[in-house]
Design a protein around this ligand. Structure first.
Ligand code: BTN
Length: 254
């Protein structure tokens, strides 16, 4: 049905029309011993989840709601690299397939015209410094019209339809995404993170841009200084000191 040309990704696909969340389906499958590369796809999620315990609107047949089970031999502290890898794959798909100009907002939001079109949620199960498995969940707003995006979100969120004026095939986007993901993941395991980092930086904020960093405790202003080898955000403060940031959100400082 999905017409996938892949070797290991999506050899098993759990697909349902409606359930709580693809993250939950994959956590369950992983507990039952599912293989590396198992994919869950829902047409509609009734309890889609975002980062920081936010809810993720996942209306029926409007977007790509998908999670991937990975069992990579990497260190737990390298797991954030997979989030950045996923963001670059999604940006490539959007650019090559729909012609939009996506931007990645660290760590994992995909923006078109400064509005959020997709988000990535990476969850890791580790024991004694060993990764048991990782679930990478991707939500991409595809065919939402302005009626589908709640008013309070309209200034911040968008869909491919709203940005291009065209409806897109969810199935084809899923196929494109999974094929590119497999190739990018294999290249990452073979050659490491530095090519991913370069690609990420080509879609990301420009070095030297002023940004605001927000986390649960505080909000600070700094200068964007790139991405570290481990996937952390690098910022430069007024006093010339560089800092590595591992969690939170960044915004333009206007
Ligand atoms: C974010 O930007 O906060 C991350 C959003 C991630 C949403 C996707 S949709 C598929 C998968 N299932 C979920 O419940 N969440 C992720």
């Amino acid at each position: 049905k999905w017409g996938l040309e892949t070797e290991w990704l999506g050899q098993t696909i759990i697909h349902k029309s409606s359930a709580a969340s693809t993250q939950q389906l994959i956590h369950q499958a992983a507990a039952d011993g599912a293989k590396h590369g198992t994919v869950a796809i829902l047409d509609e999620q009734t309890a889609g989840r975002g980062r920081m315990n936010r809810e993720w609107h996942s209306a029926g047949n409007k977007g790509m709601w998908l999670s991937i089970l990975l069992r990579p031999k990497i260190l737990p502290q390298e797991a954030p690299q997979l989030t950045l890898l996923t963001a670059t794959v999604l940006a490539d798909v959007l650019k090559d397939y729909t012609g939009v100009e996506p931007m990645i907002k660290w760590p994992n939001d995909l923006l078109i015209n400064k509005k959020k079109t997709a988000g990535i949620l990476t969850e890791m199960q580790a024991e004694q410094d060993q990764i048991q498995y990782i679930v990478v969940g991707i939500g991409l707003n595809i065919n939402h019209t302005s009626d589908d995006i709640p008013g309070m979100l309209a200034s911040k969120a968008t869909s491919l339809y709203l940005e291009t004026g065209k409806h897109w095939s969810i199935q084809e986007l899923i196929q494109q995404f999974l094929q590119k993901f497999e190739a990018a993941f294999d290249a990452y395991l073979a050659h490491g993170f530095s090519d991913v980092k370069k690609k990420w930086e080509s879609y990301g904020f420009k070095i030297g841009e002023k940004i605001k960093i927000k986390n649960l405790k505080e909000e600070k202003k700094a200068i964007f200084h790139g991405i570290a080898e481990d996937g952390a955000l690098l910022v430069l403060h007024d006093n010339g000191k560089e800092e590595k940031i591992y969690s939170g959100e960044i915004q333009w400082f206007e």
